[in-house]
Write a protein that binds this ligand. Sequence first.
Ligand code: SF4
Length: 178
Amino acid sequence: MKERSIWERIADNLRSRSIWMLHYCTGCGAVELPPSMTSRFDMERFGIAPMATPRQADILLITGYLNTKTLRRVIYTYEQMPDPKYVVGFGSCTINGGIYFDSYATVNRLDYYIPVDVYIAGCMPRPEAILEAFNYLMEKIRKGEADGWKRYRENYEWYKQNQIRSLGEVYVHDEFHE
Ligand code: SF4
């Protein structure tokens, strides 16, 4: 990995302590977010706060299973977020499809379509596991190792081919993609 300048290291350190998250509540894992965010586990003490729009968010949370229709919206959302940006996949469904592994309409591996920086195993992951994953992500950001957004740029053709294979040609000919 390229040596970071002092300014890049300072910026990464600050970024790791100020994370605005966009939670795309696709699956049942989302019910663990309210206890993680409120008084008992209190994510905000780590500088993690919810954000309503992709253009101001640092992290995209995919909180469970994704069907192919939803995948399209997730890709639009991810592409609207500014770099550097990070993705967290909640639960088995984002890793391998979970209990929907053989469903015709469910995406089995999220990281074929967008780069995932941290996965949280479990069905569903408890708030302790969510906070542990965020601590791990903060450490990766601080060290400059959370580089999914760079991989997306460098391997864009590979991601695009996977997206088209799942969504069909219509994906690249709609109003968002000329
Ligand atoms: S991993 Fe379990 S809790 Fe999470 S979305 Fe899938 S079925 Fe629901």
